[in-house]
Design a protein. Structure first.
Length: 357
């Protein structure tokens, strides 16, 4: 087990960013958080007393799961938040520090669509600073925009490997963003298990404005269980816990998470297979005439520039194969995103594309 990284407390920073009305919040105290020991008779939570496997509320703080995550990532348990998917963490971070109608969120499109949707739901302005050459962040522009916006620039989303482009951002660029941005920098690493680049969690101890998001939905194969993780300062994690719904992660999901984390070897083997398939897919896609560009991928999908994307998308659906049409994220220029499937699924995709190309 790696040594746990001592968490930055980050108390002052979060107090300066927090929506002021939350300072007087008295968080909900659930039955399971008020009594924490072991009892023989539980008559505290208005549950159905007949044992059926699901009749009791789950641990509101998902401690077993966090202990397992702490062992794998070398991060203190107090620096780990678990959400109902990382989408929940994205929304809670906005609700924690974004003043509706006043503050802004910065993102670097084309990127993951939920940053925009969550900002809209929370009535936060979205400020776009498009990615530059090779889909890398334009650090100077982002920091110039942030300084223009001043204290209203509350959150910057940095998705690496980025969805839908698939590439890792250069570490120097991400570091410059973390160090130059005064609000919280959310480094979304949903796809990092498919990349050879090191994780950003080791920067947590020196950077109290850093939040690292990961998920069990991708490499760990638990998309249905909805388990997302935010690694951050103890102060940020405490505040996220204060505003989350009491039992935000279901008991079956916590159990499923523990099970996959205890079998890391299986996940590593699956990742290896997916990466082998990614290499094959990239090579074959490159040979098709109708594909103008196959972008290099550090994730479990491959983005391609396909002039006839709409036609191809419809034709693939006609053959029972669904891919993602990303054309709207590229100003109308045809782009398709292919998730790496099993060897058999990829063969089917390639055969169908061969017929179209
Ligand atoms: N971040 C990125 C970059 C994603 O692509 C996704 C899911 N597509 C998420 C976060 C959300 O993942 P989760 O299933 O953990 O909510």
């Amino acid at each position: 087990m790696p040594e746990a990284i001592p968490a930055a407390t980050g108390e002052d920073l979060i107090l300066s960013l927090l929506r002021p009305h939350l300072l007087s919040l008295k968080p909900y105290s659930s039955a399971r958080s008020e009594f924490d020991g072991r009892a023989e008779v539980y008559l505290d939570a208005n549950e159905n007393p007949f044992e059926g496997g699901y009749n009791r509320y789950p641990d509101p703080l998902q401690r077993d799961l966090k202990t397992a995550l702490s062992g794998i990532h070398g991060v203190d348990v107090e620096s780990i938040f678990v959400g109902n998917g990382s989408d929940e963490a994205i929304d809670l971070l906005m609700r924690l520090i974004g003043r509706p109608g006043r503050d802004c969120i910065l993102q670097m499109p084309p990127t993951y669509g939920m940053y925009k949707v969550s900002a809209a739901i929370n009535n936060l302005a979205l400020v776009d600073v498009p990615l530059g050459a090779d889909f890398q962040p334009d650090v100077r522009q982002v920091l110039a925009k942030a300084s223009e916006l001043g204290e209203q620039a509350k959150l910057l989303f940095v998705c690496t490997p980025n969805n839908p482009t698939g590439n890792d951002f250069k570490r120097d660029h991400v570091l410059s963003l973390i160090e130059g941005f005064d609000g919280l920098v959310v480094v979304d690493q949903a796809y990092s298990d498919f990349s050879s680049a090191p994780s950003y969690v080791d920067l947590l101890s020196d950077h109290p404005n850093l939040v690292v998001l990961q998920t069990l939905s991708k490499a760990y194969g638990l998309a249905s269980a909805r388990l997302g993780v935010a690694f951050a300062s103890t102060a940020i994690v405490r505040w996220l816990n204060a505003i989350k719904p009491p039992y935000n992660v279901s008991g079956p999901s916590q159990a499923a998470g523990l099970e996959v984390l205890r079998d890391e070897a299986r996940t590593r083997l699956q990742i290896k297979d997916i990466l082998t398939e990614r290499t094959r897919l990239e090579a074959e896609l490159n040979s098709f005439e109708g594909i103008e560009q196959v972008y290099p991928s550090d994730s479990n999908f491959v983005l391609c520039r396909v002039p006839r994307a709409d036609t191809w998308y419809a034709a693939l659906v006609g053959q029972g194969i669904v891919v993602r049409n990303q054309t709207s994220k590229f100003e109308g220029v045809g782009h398709l995103r292919f998730t790496v499937g099993t060897a058999e699924e990829n063969v089917r995709l390639l055969e169908a594309l061969r017929a179209l190309s």
